[in-house]
Design a protein around this ligand. Structure first.
Ligand SMILES: C[S@@+](CC[C@H](N)C(=O)[O-])C[C@H]1O[C@@H](n2cnc3c(N)ncnc32)[C@H](O)[C@@H]1O
Length: 227
């Protein structure tokens, strides 16, 4: 299939190694929890055309080393079905890959057989499973997750939807599991008891073990009810 090019889809643009600082912080905080595990689950919710989950996979491969990285599963989900085909092919135009640092390019990208493009290397592709999933179904893709990355997605939702999605993330994480969102995405007060912020440097949250009920405002009446 043809590599994805900017403008070729209705899905909003993103790029490889976007907001590297937040991803690196999330990985450094999750490392003590996942080191030595035989199964490590990560969810990238709203993954667009794969740049973020593949970036995450490359960073985890470097942090964990090849043997431990074999235990990683990154579930990359989006409500746009076309994402699945693009992630499974994992072929990107070279101009899309300009932000990939040289070390990562050499280790984790390979010739695709088609001029002007490269393919994400097999160990990275193998770790990323693409899934069609609507966050507004308020169901998780799986449970016992160590890390959830959900960046530049929640801004599209109203406050009641955001609160409910934070609750889904809370329930899907293992104890002490981590959630990272974009810088502009503050934790809604109604979900404040579900997470504690790990560092002021980015929106990185740790699941708390307190009671998990939430109060959701009714968007039209402003009334609050338990969910
Ligand atoms: C701006 S992109 C963010 C990509 C990546 N997370 C990043 O930060 O670079 C937003 C993505 O969220 C997806 N999205 C929007 N609403 C969604 C929903 N209800 N469920 C799942 N994905 C959704 C869009 O299809 C799009 O791929």
């Amino acid at each position: 299939m043809k590599p994805w090019k900017p403008g070729a889809s209705r899905v909003a643009l993103t790029y490889f190694f976007r907001d590297l600082g937040s991803l690196e912080l999330a990985i450094s905080h999750v490392m003590p929890q996942i080191s030595g595990r035989s199964r490590i689950r990560v969810w990238d919710a709203g993954c667009a055309m794969g740049q973020e989950p593949f970036t995450l996979a490359m960073l985890l491969a470097e942090a964990l080393g090849p043997r431990m990285f074999g235990n990683v599963e990154i579930i990359a989900s989006d409500y746009d079905k076309s994402v699945i085909e693009v992630l499974d092919a994992a072929v990107y135009a070279d101009e899309e890959l300009q932000r990939v640092p040289e070390l990562y390019f050499k280790r984790y990208l390979e010739a695709s057989g088609s001029e002007g493009t490269h393919r994400v290397a097999e160990p990275i592709r193998k770790a990323v499973r693409s899934v069609h999933h609507d966050l507004l179904s308020f169901t998780p893709v799986c449970d016992r997750l160590s890390l959830i990355v959900c960046k530049n997605v929640l801004l599209h939702f109203n406050q009641a939807e955001r609160i409910k999605v934070f609750k889904v993330f809370h329930d899907a994480l293992e104890p002490q599991g981590l959630l990272v969102t974009e810088h502009t995405q503050k934790l809604p007060a109604e979900a404040g008891h579900l997470f504690s912020q790990v560092t002021p440097q980015c929106q990185l949250f740790c699941k708390t073990e307190v009671g998990a009920s939430i109060q959701v405002p009714n968007e039209s009446t402003g009334e609050r009810r338990n969910a």
